[in-house]
Design a protein. Structure first.
Length: 135
């Protein structure tokens, strides 16, 4: 199966130039980050991994899903989820209303499969960052 944690990123995570931290920050952190990261509920879909690269838009939303989900799960209020899937390779997608979003787009590598082996649980961290600014 697959188990893991969902983190939701919202807001502005661009570092501020030194000396430009707004005075409204009562206790600014060193980077000047003005965003929020929290755990929460999201609907997740696990699709068979294929070598064909799906087209994604600039926010990480998939525009051409050609596979059907093998399993789905909803993370709890603390972001934890677990789901039974047979051994194999999968892509995880996060359902955001009527769209699907890649759950691990960091490092510019959204196409790394989740490997599930017989009698084991693959662990994964899913960062939902489409509502955040980094650059």
């Amino acid at each position: 199966g697959v188990a893991g944690q969902v983190y939701i990123w919202e807001g502005d995570f661009r570092p501020l130039p030194l000396g430009n931290i707004p005075s409204s920050f009562s206790r600014p952190n060193l980077s000047g980050v003005r965003g929020l990261v929290y755990s929460g509920r999201r609907r997740l879909e696990f699709h068979p991994y294929t070598e064909a690269l799906p087209h994604i838009d600039v926010n990480g939303f998939v525009e051409d899903v050609t596979t059907e989900p093998v399993a789905s799960a909803i993370s709890d209020g603390q972001g934890f989820f677990e789901v039974d899937v047979p051994p194999g390779r999968y892509r995880e997608l996060v359902r955001e209303e009527d769209r699907l979003w890649f759950g691990r787009p960091y490092l510019g590598l959204p196409f790394i499969p989740i490997e599930v082996r017989e009698n084991s649980v693959a662990t994964v961290r899913i960062d939902v960052t489409w509502g955040a600014i980094f650059q």
